[in-house]
Design a protein around this ligand. Structure first.
Ligand SMILES: [Zn+2]
Length: 556
């Protein structure tokens, strides 16, 4: 009797043991699959069902049902963990990365069987872990299904809750409350295996549907581009490198007058090259987000037209070999732009802001692309730039702005910007400082690439700006403040296609007209060409874009 009231009856102790076993095994299978934060989030999601084991259940049927439910629940989390860990170890990819989604969407049943027959040895350790963990859980859960006699004893004697039990009940309630909160929050909820994998299946299907459409549009566009009969005016080989960055606000570049030294190498290039290193002072994006901005950039700002034209389709029809090098993991970008290229080199395998893949790693494929013997080359390098999280965009510890008090911090403080925003500003500027190195290196690779006497051009711009305490207490993409649209843009040519207008540097420039400037560098002419939108042409005629914010002057 006494033993039972202390919570040491056979039923209670077997419940506690089962809880401990399930908890430990689920935790262990999830550890290789997630970083610490994710791990904590998922464990909070996994807890409520496990906590059922701590609930005083008496009827044998209910105990059976409970064991079955907890077993299935734990199994779901374990399989989820094992699959993610396998993908992370084998491909350095997350399950919802473009790499995995495209591979799965591209795979038929026959190929799946083939894949399994080929890679089963690599999966074996994970299967073994699952089996061993599963068996231990089954063993522990079976012990909670006790005979009705024992359960009856428990009911007769466990009516009054001792103090210790009351405290543990309180703790249980706190855990359940935390779990309820986690389920209420969408970013957390989405990590639950059931939600995650049903979303995942939907993404794969969506992708297949989208491809059918995109494929068709791409084929049509390529055919139409050939029909426009684009021609390259000049003779001889030429190489054009377009570096598209992400989330760079020109106000934070030393090159554009920022007080912090964020662009020492670009400034050195400007000093060395003078006017041929054309820094467009007043460059603007017309969108605050990547997808919309790239759509405008590549489709000549005219995607919704009856027959839109893609600048890469045009380049290919004119005889350029197009390479796309990307540090982004984005299926939409791959499908709507990169797929126009002859070759695609993708570095990142993690979508969105968790992407830690370093921009500097694009140099290797860039060097290879530059060495390609094709006479006419267009190489697009798509960087993460200063995309949030800023601290992921530079090597660990490489933040010279986070100690000491300088003019920028003084300004931020005077404007009443909160401390967390000042910290983010330091990180943002550190990201730009590293970005400066990456940019300068892409430039040097082009300049030093083998071959002599050929034409070379380097075009750099950001897809959109970034708000980091410039006009608001906000850090990130911003369609509500001008900081979200203020971008850098630089053009360099080793020999100009035509004499540049002397005032080119102070002409305002807009991203959705980039296609015409790129066509200038490619030296391509076609039916429907509009020189009035090419910032390098004498015929350039500026028109204010429609932005969601009011801009006092675009020449600022
Ligand atoms: Zn972007």
């Amino acid at each position: 009797m006494h033993a039972i009231r202390d919570g040491h009856s056979p039923a209670r102790s077997s419940d506690l043991l089962a809880f401990a076993v399930v908890f430990a095994i689920v935790l262990c299978t999830l550890i290789p699959a997630h970083d610490l934060r994710r791990l904590a989030q998922i464990m909070v999601l996994a807890l409520p069902a496990m906590c059922l084991l701590l609930w005083p259940v008496e009827a044998l049927r209910m105990r059976r049902l409970r064991a079955l439910f907890v077993g299935l629940w734990a199994g779901g989390f374990m399989i989820d963990g094992a699959v993610r860990a396998y993908l992370a170890r084998t491909y350095q990819a997350s399950a919802d990365s473009a790499l995995v989604l495209t591979a799965v969407a591209n795979t038929g049943t026959g190929e799946s069987v083939e894949y399994l027959s080929m890679y089963w040895p690599a999966m074996l350790p994970w299967v073994a872990v699952l089996m061993a963990g599963g068996l231990a859980i089954v063993w522990a859960l079976r012990r909670t299904v006790v005979s009705p006699v024992q359960a009856g004893v428990l009911r007769a004697n466990g009516a009054r809750m001792p103090l210790v039990r009351r405290w543990s009940a309180l703790l249980l309630c706190a855990v359940l409350l935390l779990s309820a909160l986690a389920y209420a929050l969408k970013p957390w909820r989405r990590l639950h295996p059931l939600v995650f994998w049903s979303d995942w299946v939907a993404s794969v299907q969506e992708l297949r549907d989208e491809w059918a459409d995109q494929d068709e549009l791409r084929q049509r566009t390529l055919a139409r581009a050939a029909g426009l009969q684009p021609t390259v005016l000049s003779e001889g080989p030429s190489t054009i490198v377009v570096v598209i960055s992400d989330s760079v606000n020109r106000d934070n570049l030393g090159l554009y007058g920022y007080t912090r030294e964020t662009t020492p190498r670009l400034e050195r290039l400007r000093d060395e090259l003078g006017d041929t290193f054309l820094v467009l002072r007043h460059a603007w994006s017309v969108d605050a987000g990547t997808l919309a901005s790239l759509r405008n950039l590549f489709w000549f700002g005219n995607y919704n037209a009856q027959e839109p034209m893609h600048v890469l389709a045009l380049a290919r029809a004119a005889g350029y070999h197009v390479t796309w090098i990307s540090n982004h993991d984005d299926i939409a970008i791959d499908q709507s732009h990169a797929a126009f290229a002859d070759r695609i080199e993708r570095l990142s395998r993690t979508p969105g802001r968790s992407n830690r893949s370093a921009d500097i790693d694009t140099l290797k494929p860039l060097r290879a692309a530059l060495a390609d013997p094709q006479p006419r080359k267009l190489i697009v390098v798509h960087l993460m730039g200063a995309h949030p999280h800023y601290s992921f965009r530079y090597p660990k510890g490489a933040n010279p702005f986070d100690d000491g008090f300088d003019v920028v911090e003084h300004e931020l403080e005077q404007e009443g910007r909160p401390v967390w925003l000042q910290v983010l500003r330091d990180e943002y500027d550190a990201a730009l400082l590293h970005h400066d190195t990456v940019l300068a290196e892409t430039f040097e690779l082009l300049r030093q690439a083998p071959g002599s006497g050929d034409y070379r051009a380097w075009l750099y711009l950001s897809d959109h700006g970034q708000e980091v305490g410039h006009d608001a207490d906000h850090a990130g993409h911003s369609s509500h403040t001008v900081a979200g649209f203020r971008i850098p843009a630089i053009v360099w040519q080793n020999q100009a296609r035509s004499t540049l207008p002397a005032d080119a540097w102070r002409r305002p420039f807009r991203v959705d007209w980039t296609g015409w400037t790129l066509a200038h560098l490619l030296d391509v002419r076609w039916q429907g060409d509009d020189r009035g939108r090419d910032v390098l042409d004498a015929a350039y005629r500026w028109a204010d874009p429609q932005l969601p914010v009011s801009v006092a002057s675009f020449e600022n």
